[in-house]
Design a protein around this ligand. Structure first.
Ligand SMILES: Nc1ncnc2c1ncn2[C@@H]1O[C@H](COP(=O)(O)OP(=O)(O)OP(=O)(O)O)[C@@H](O)[C@H]1O
Ligand SMILES: [Zn+2]
Ligand SMILES: [Zn+2]
Length: 798
């Protein structure tokens, strides 16, 4: 039998199947989806078995060297999905498969030299290497040419042997357990004076289940000595048992029961349940305003899928994976839920993933990559906040989780629900065309009103002499909430609003020497840092350009807002949430639950507080700088502004108390800000669509972004022009090729960057054309200097 293998070498030449012979003893062991070690040139490397056939068309094929898995790490579906994904995103098959398994399973194959015979038989110059060991790492002798020669000879003489050992990054975790020995009845009873031993033995006997040693000693307040004696006398056996690393161990989740759905919720869940009953695939767009009870709809739809014996995948944006969110799923489905997000350690992720693979859980709630959960009988897939750009992966394979979800939905013939208060333009347009089934939820649960929104013109405030970062109106309302004991949320948009350093005399801005970008001021070290390459330098005292000492940092970070808050509202208790205060593991949760318990009056934060919060006492939301994002050169910047404003506003007045929102802006008339006042998504959609039509942007066209980079500017230009010329020759005349032009970030880490863009409606051969470009520059790319990155669904235009 022959196994077709994708080998662990990410390059164009190796992006195909290689044939290996399956040795007779492994015929039943080797299946599709397992990892193997195979010889590849002079090396041994890892690979994924993706197909098993009876014959090979190649004359000389080598046998598989080692088997790494017993249970396949990729299901058959995932093997196909990986193949599709690599074509869909123009990336290597290997990268697609690696994406689907946890990082803990990434392996390293280490070459070792083993001593086979007596030490004295070795040539004298290599004897010292094996003085106190029977094996050494190859790397140890690689540089030393004279030793290498002797070692080669010793291998030939069969005194030494070369071996390949696989080292996995993550390990299973085990703990020590004890249980009553099987032959306890045949033992002499313990003497009467051994009171403690007797007590402990009775305790273990009463428990029936094996006991975790550490927990046992703690519970019984016994010393290890007592237990060891019991083990020595043969009453008790000690053994190792695998345990899961559970970040939420010990957390009690309050059980919840399904709520009685409102009439509107029933209307939207109907078609979803129908699709579940029919066992047919359909994609739904659940467009529900903030606080309309979308999550309850998800929960009850999942419940139905579970009753059918099926599984569910729920994607939530990383920053919305708060304890509150986890609680809602664990509260309803208990230990059937696995949670996957980037806050987990590698080991924790590995353990959650294995629970899925072993079918010990049936619901997974996770960020983007959870879409690859190795379930085999999926009943429903849900993407909450479907408009979030974090569902697009910016590294290879550059995929969007929405596309993968729909692909898996088709395979499993199950419904896919895209939910949002502010759907992406693409999805809403598709829903209007009938590609997705639109499910509107236009009101909040139980007729609670949407928060009232006031947009404050900050230019006007300045004219009236208000130089503070809080408008008169916002300050008044903050004071009012303090008096009433209600809570406020202050949102500062950090994107496009960096704290850069500028000279007030000549306008010089401090920039990175390696990247064309301004440096960011960091207060804690009083230094300047580049966010792209990590370069750090001291904050200058004088301007590099004119020598003036009027050099200051601009922009306002959360720290600055906090200082200002304590000045104007000294009695207010403030919790600040930003990258600095949430760096430590678990701090995110701690701050939020403290706010939930009412330990602060004001929650001040960045993007990470815009989503998912559902606290009854929040009645005021303030947005400090609504337009900071509008000026980013990206055709989606208005869309993001509207989405964010609507999301943040949605945190106010979700329960009995009414909510109010103050949005501070320098461009209050911009439609993406103005339309938040009426929460009018449909009108906003129309406005935005007409802008897209004029600019010829998605969803009117599809777009491809090609980025070219190299340390030499002339070479970047040369390659870019070659690509554009080739493209222009190949594509139809309805397709537009823009560029080449310098990228907005024209240099990163001393590499010059150029880009070109393709806008097309119908271009059936485009993928092949782009593959040809990849092939053409393959050799140069493999040599390491040139980079050509192709993004079929670009969301980032830096
Ligand atoms: N049928 C119902 N009966 C009573 N309360 C409900 C019902 N459905 C939802 N709720 C409550 O209404 C509030 C808002 O619901 P939920 O958080 O599910 O809305 P959402 O649409 O997911 O919100 P957002 O998109 O703003 O996060 C929650 O406190 C929830 O418990
Ligand atoms: Zn830099
Ligand atoms: Zn200057």
């Amino acid at each position: 039998m022959i196994a077709k293998v994708i080998v662990d070498v990410p390059s164009s030449q190796t992006d195909r199947l290689f044939d290996y012979e399956i040795p007779a003893e492994w015929i039943d062991v080797i299946q599709v989806g397992i990892r193997v070690i195979v010889p590849f040139g002079p090396r041994k490397i890892q690979g994924f078995v993706v197909e098993i056939v009876s014959e090979s068309s190649h004359a000389k094929i080598k046998p598989i060297y080692e088997v790494l898995d017993i249970i396949p790490v990729l299901t058959e579906e995932l093997v196909h999905l990986g193949d599709w994904l690599s074509q869909h995103t123009l990336s290597f098959k290997l990268s697609a498969y690696q994406l689907m398994i946890p990082a803990a399973l990434r392996t390293k194959v280490k070459k070792k030299i083993l001593l086979k015979e007596d030490l004295s038989r070795l040539p004298g110059n290599i004897q010292p290497l094996f003085l106190d060991t029977k094996q050494i790492e190859w790397a140890k002798v690689e540089e030393n040419k004279s030793l290498l020669k002797s070692i080669h000879q010793a291998v030939k003489d069969e005194l030494l042997e070369v071996d390949y050992q696989v080292e996995e990054k993550g390990k299973k975790k085990t703990e020590r357990y004890v249980r009553i020995a099987a032959n306890i009845d045949r033992l002499e009873p313990l003497p009467a004076r051994a009171v403690k031993q007797k007590d402990l033995l009775t305790y273990i006997e009463n428990r029936k289940q094996p006991q975790n040693v550490q927990a046992l000693l703690q519970e019984t307040n016994m010393t290890r000595q007592v237990l060891t004696t019991l083990i020595k006398k043969g009453f008790v056996e000690e053994f190792e048992q695998e345990v899961y690393r559970d970040p939420n161990a010990g957390v009690q989740y309050e059980r919840t029961t399904p709520l009685l759905l409102t009439e509107k919720q029933q209307e939207v869940i109907g078609p979803i349940l129908h699709s579940l009953e029919d066992k047919s695939h359909r994609s739904f767009l659940l467009h529900g305003v903030t606080g309309s009870g979308k999550t309850e709809v998800y929960l009850q739809a999942i419940d139905k899928a579970l009753q059918q014996g099926k599984e569910a995948i729920v994607l939530v944006p990383e920053i919305a994976l708060t304890p509150q969110m986890v609680q809602r799923f664990k509260g309803r489905f208990g230990s059937m839920v696995a949670v996957l997000h980037s806050g987990l350690s590698m080991g924790e992720k590995y353990d959650e993933w294995r629970k899925i693979l072993r079918q010990e859980v049936r619901v997974v709630v996770g960020a983007r990559s959870a879409i690859f959960a190795p379930f085999t009988n999926i009943g429903i897939i849900i993407i909450d906040e479907e408009h979030e750009t974090s569902y697009k992966q910016e590294e290879n394979p550059k995929y969007h989780a929405r596309d993968v979800a729909i692909h898996r939905g088709e395979y499993h013939q199950c419904p896919v629900i895209l939910g949002s208060a502010t759907p992406s333009l693409e999805s809403y347009a598709r829903a209007l065309k009938g590609v997705y089934h639109l499910l509107p939820l236009k009101e909040r649960v139980n007729n609670r009103s949407m928060p009232s929104v006031e947009v404050v013109d900050m230019r006007e405030e300045l004219r009236q002499g208000n130089r503070s970062m809080f408008s008169y109106s916002l300050l008044d309302k903050l004071k009012d909430r303090l008096e009433k004991g209600e809570q406020s949320v202050l949102f500062l948009n950090r994107r496009g609003y960096s704290t850069f350093v500028m000279c007030r005399d000549c306008g010089y801005v401090a920039t990175c020497d390696h990247c064309d970008i301004s440096l960011t001021y960091h207060r804690t070290h009083h230094s300047l840092k580049c966010h792209y390459c990590g370069h750090e330098e001291k904050m200058p005292n004088t301007c590099e350009s004119c020598g003036s000492d009027h050099i200051r940092f601009f922009g306002s970070g959360t720290q600055k807002v906090e200082e200002e808050l304590t000045r104007v509202l000294p009695q207010a208790k403030v919790i600040r949430m930003d990258i600095d205060t949430t760096r430590r593991k678990g701090s995110h949760e701690k701050l939020l639950s403290a706010f939930g318990r009412g330990e602060a009056d004001i929650l001040l934060g960045t993007q990470m507080i815009a989503k998912g919060l559902d606290f009854p006492k929040i009645t005021l939301v303030g947005v400090l700088a609504a337009d900071s994002m509008l000026h980013i050169p990206d055709f989606r910047s208005a869309e993001r502004t509207f989405q964010l404003m609507e999301q943040v506003s949605g945190r106010a007045g979700r329960h009995d108390l009414e909510g109010e929102v103050i949005i501070q802006s320098y461009t209050p008339d911009h439609y993406s800000i103005e339309l938040v006042k009426t929460h009018d998504y449909e009108q906003y959609f129309q406005m935005e669509m007409s802008q897209r039509k004029v600019g010829v942007y998605p969803p009117y066209v599809f777009m491809v972004l090609i980025n070219i980079s190299h340390p030499e500017l002339t070479h970047v230009i040369h390659v870019s022009e070659k690509i554009v010329t080739f493209l222009k020759r190949e594509v139809s005349n309805q397709t537009v090729i823009l560029g080449p032009v310098a990228s907005p970030l024209a240099r990163i880490k001393d590499r010059y960057r150029y880009q070109c863009m393709i806008k097309y409606r119908n271009e059936s051969g485009l993928r092949e054309t782009l593959r040809e470009i990849q092939q053409h520059f393959m050799r140069e790319i493999n040599q390491g200097q040139l980079q050509v990155s192709i993004d079929m669904y670009p969301y980032l235009f830096t």
